[in-house]
Write a protein that binds this ligand. Sequence first.
Ligand code: DQA
Length: 150
Amino acid sequence: MASTTQTVLILNGPNLNMLGIRQPEVYGSETLADIEKACLAHATALGLASDFRQSNHEGDLVTWIQEARTAAAGIIINAGAYTHTSVAILDALLAAERPTVEVHLSNIHQRDSFRHHSYVSKAAKGMICGFGSHGYILALDALARLIRGV
Ligand code: DQA
């Protein structure tokens, strides 16, 4: 029987398009395009397809999460600053009912106290933070296991 490749939606929120330029001492020197390339290669190695997106607009992220309910097998999300503010993104993730892994490049618990709380975490199976761009690779490994139920 032919099997269809499952797609993982990898979402990036505001200011993540500035990676490489933005506070490299916090976020590293890689660009978002570098991270996209690494995710594509790793997803392929895991037998998954990846759909990698970024928006500075909360509504775009909400719409894409809604679409993931039928279009994706799972979600990886770095919601940037919306992590700490967006009930709309939390509600969309709860409605999507897809296994979700939250990622942050920096260790948000070592930073400003307003970064310690995450609305996304309430809907995520787990969170990976502090490992820079490698966090996305770790998230793909975790999500592959969640999707396959192992
Ligand atoms: C971030 C952490 C957030 O607090 C911040 O607003 C970001 C990036 C991270 O990847 O470390 O934009 O999500």
